[in-house]
Design a protein around this ligand. Structure first.
Ligand code: SF4
Ligand code: SF4
Length: 296
């Protein structure tokens, strides 16, 4: 079975416990205005181009079947409108200015890659994490991959926004040790403002996983001016989740601005600034005061 991959990150330490390898899959049903992985939103393959990394070697122009690259005395010109996202130029780019997002990979190809760091998983209490985008938009692929990893003694986590069909959760549930679950807002109007979608199905799925006894780590991305008024309501929700292991409050940052430009997308990052360390400490302390275990 084949999945559409954005990236593979080794030695990840923020995608679950211990040292992990995180597999990012392409495509997401939400459009969070603060998304720091814009290259993972579209289900279609995309080419990223970072002009300042280009060394002008011309390899891309030689292999591009669409004529999207040209080299002249004034330098390298990339015409994104001509690009069909075949990925050929990224494979030969000497300056690493070009990167292809959307490679199709089979479970058989991924298993040995994900096993490379098994000794680190075993000594650190880590494992693998499937993320995105929204990995559960490719639920059957995820289920097959997770099953293969479980059979090899690897701990598994699924990082989900929860905006998926119940059948997607059912598919991966038997092979998932913990769900890393985003709660962005409880008020529906706030959620729609932040993501473009209602949160009804997200809250229902959170309760569904809990009802089945699935372990859950909730993530609350704290974004000033967008969802920073939701802490109390999120705490109310989480106090009713029996299998909540812990939560993380993730501070908004705007470091991903150049990524939007590199893949030819409009930058939607909020301009309200990043929360201070003091604010983040206060928010975390608030959740602790409600009896919730909070990780930094
Ligand atoms: S991804 Fe393919 S079509 Fe697009 S610029 Fe590169 S070689 Fe040309
Ligand atoms: S292959 Fe890469 S480094 Fe060479 S000209 Fe093309 S974009 Fe620039």
């Amino acid at each position: 079975m084949t999945g559409i991959v954005v990236d593979i990150k080794r030695f990840a330490v923020h995608d679950g416990d211990g040292i992990r390898t995180t597999l990012f899959l392409k495509g997401c049903p939400l459009k969070c205005v603060w998304c720091h992985n814009p290259e993972s939103i579209s289900f279609k393959p995309q080419l990223s181009y970072i002009e300042k990394k280009c060394i002008g070697c011309g390899e891309c122009a030689d292999v591009c079947p669409a004529g999207a690259h040209s080299i002249s005395e004034s330098g390298h010109i990339f015409d994104r409108a001509l690009c069909t996202a075949c990925g050929k130029c990224a494979a030969v780019c000497l300056g690493e200015a070009l990167k292809f997002y959307g490679e199709k990979m089979t479970v058989e190809e991924l298993v040995p890659i994900l096993l490379e760091d098994k000794s680190f998983y075993d000594t650190s209490g880590g494992g693998i994490t499937l993320s995105g985008g929204e990995c559960l938009m490719q639920a059957e692929f995820c289920a097959e991959l997770l099953k293969e990893m479980k059979e090899r003694g690897v701990s598994t986590a699924v990082d989900t926004c929860g905006f998926v069909n119940r059948s997607a959760i059912d598919a991966v549930f038997p092979y998932t040790d913990i769900f890393l679950y985003d709660i962005k807002a409880v008020d529906e109007d706030v959620h729609i403002k932040c993501t473009g979608q209602s949160n009804g199905i997200i809250i229902e799925n959170l309760k569904y996983i809990d009802s089945r006894g699935g372990k859950i780590e909730v993530r609350y991305p704290y974004v000033p001016g967008m969802n920073d008024d939701q802490a109390e309501k999120i705490a109310d929700l989480l106090c009713g989740i029996k299998n909540l292991v812990k939560m993380r409050v993730l501070p908004y940052h705007n470091f991903a601005g150049s990524k939007y430009e590199s893949v030819g997308m409009e930058n939607t990052l909020p301009q309200f600034g990043m929360p201070s360390d003091e604010t983040m400490a206060e928010v975390r302390e608030y959740f602790r005061s409600r009896g919730i275990t909070v990780c930094e």
